[in-house]
Ligand binder design. Structure first.
Ligand SMILES: [Zn+2]
Length: 175
């Protein structure tokens, strides 16, 4: 239906007309025309790029949205059938372990480990002692009330007279 030959001829005529005009223009005018044409082409290219990019993003988000929607629908259907299954068969639902209790012990263990790591080098220097001891075996001085209290509460104490460190026996701490 469309006369491609006619259109091509028309285009060729316009092109020839343009060439004639172009060649009649002084050389700096030709340069300007070329620069302008290049600039227009670059701008057009940039616009096409952004339009395509925008379209790609649009398609991507639409597809993602559709995917999430379908996922939600299928999950909903799955849950529904799961509910039906358990209500029809009357089987007890398998107890699902919640994630939080699994995670928390890890954290608490990690937290508990840290102080131990910090303490251990110090505690290694400490001499084991009965938790109810009242005399320093190093300097022979009697423990002050504060020292006794500290030994009782913290499980370790440093002699205020000679600086020797003591720790209550592990068995006693455990109690
Ligand atoms: Zn002492």
């Amino acid at each position: 239906m469309v006369k491609w030959n006619g259109i091509a001829d028309q285009a060729f005529l316009y092109w020839q007309e343009f060439l004639q005009w172009f060649l009649s223009v002084p050389i700096y005018g030709q340069v300007l025309v070329i620069v302008g044409a290049v600039a227009v082409l670059i701008l057009a290219g940039i616009m096409v790029y952004y339009v395509l990019k925008g379209t790609a993003y649009l398609i991507y988000y639409v597809l993602k949205g559709v995917y999430l929607l379908l996922k939600a629908i299928f999950l909903g259907i799955y849950k529904l059938f799961e509910e039906l299954y358990y209500s029809i068969t009357g089987k007890p639902r398998p107890v699902k372990k919640e994630k939080e209790p699994e995670v928390e012990p890890d954290v608490s263990v990690a937290q508990a480990k840290e102080p131990r790591i910090e303490k251990s080098p110090v505690l290694k220097h400490l001499t084991p002692i009965q938790p109810d001891a009242v005399y320093c075996s190093e300097c022979g001085n009697q423990f002050t009330e504060q020292m006794q209290q500290k030994l009782h509460e913290n499980g370790n104490v440093f002699c205020v007279y000679c600086g020797k460190g003591y720790k209550a026996n592990a068995i006693e701490i455990a109690q």
